[in-house]
Design a protein around this ligand. Structure first.
Ligand code: TPP
Ligand code: SF4
Length: 250
């Protein structure tokens, strides 16, 4: 798969810096797969990312124009670029901390203004790069570097938040659903207006280790077992729905 997509990598960037088993490396491949299937010209695209592990997905690896911007300011930079050059296909790729914590205000206002851009938010349930602190998507009770006795707060449902703010296309997929994820990213890229994909991606090193979730493969299997479609929720009891994650177009 990497060979096939190699043409999209900036020459000389070499092996990516992701920890072994990180889901964000899988997501990187799926985004390129979607671009490849749509036969998009990378010279007509702009990738914008903030600070964090996920922010390294496009930059420096994609052989295209990229703005690796300040933490939390991706959507502001992307908005400016789109206004100056409306012909650009703008794709924001960043982490849940970057987009929903420090950048949360930009996220909802980008959706409210219906800026024409596709936002991919890598949800790994914590701030991976800085040592695994709690973030807006950390599940209640989860252990992080800053919640030693368990996170006392409810997590944001990012898709509901962005949908309520006005996004025209919202979907959630896990990296364990590669075919559906690629289909969703393609649809988002083909839809005009503010489109949003929440990509569920395990962080075995910071989140997994702290919460004793096993090896990277165990985390992927666990994620796979939790994802269900919205239709399926109608046939399950509240008990069976506990811990399940709704994926698909929302
Ligand atoms: C203004 C500012 N505050 C804090 C930081 C430190 N910082 C860098 S990345 C990051 C969190 C990244 O988390 P996330 O966006 O979820 O990405 P991940 O590393 O988990 O993929 C933080 C707090 C910073 N670089 N700039
Ligand atoms: S810290 Fe977590 S999110 Fe960052 S590269 Fe490592 S496994 Fe991936």
């Amino acid at each position: 798969m990497v060979r096939e997509l190699e043409k999209y990598f900036r020459p000389g960037t070499g092996v990516t810096t992701y920890c072994p088993g990180c889901g964000e490396a899988i997501l990187q491949g799926l985004i390129l797969r979607a671009i490849d299937e749509l036969k998009l010209n990378m010279d007509e695209m702009l990738f914008v990312s903030g600070i964090g592990c996920a922010a390294w997905i496009p930059s420096p690896y994609f052989n295209a124009d990229a703005l690796h911007t300040l933490h939390g300011r991706t959507i502001a930079f992307a908005t400016g670029a789109k206004m100056v050059n409306p012909k650009l296909k703008v794709m924001v790729i960043s982490g849940d901390g970057d987009l929903a914590d420090i950048g949360g205000n930009h996220l909802i206002h980008g959706a409210r203004r219906n800026m024409d851009m596709t936002v991919i938010c890598a949800n790994n349930q914590n701030y991976g790069m800085t040592g695994g602190q709690v973030c807006a998507t950390t599940p209640e009770g989860a252990l992080t570097m800053t919640t030693h006795q368990g996170n006392p707060f409810r997590p944001f449902d990012l898709c509901r938040l962005v949908k309520a703010a006005g996004a025209v296309y919202v979907a959630r997929y896990a990296v364990t659903q590669p075919v559906a994820m690629v289909r969703g990213i393609k649809k988002a890229l083909q839809t005009e207006g503010f489109t949003f994909i929440e990509a569920l991606t395990p962080c075995p090193v910071q989140f997994g280790r702290r919460n004793k979730l096993g090896k990277p493969a165990d985390m992927l299997k666990d994620l796979m077992s939790k994802c269900i479609s919205e239709e399926k929720t109608e046939t399950l009891s509240p008990e069976e729905l506990k811990d399940k994650i709704i994926t698909g177009e929302l």
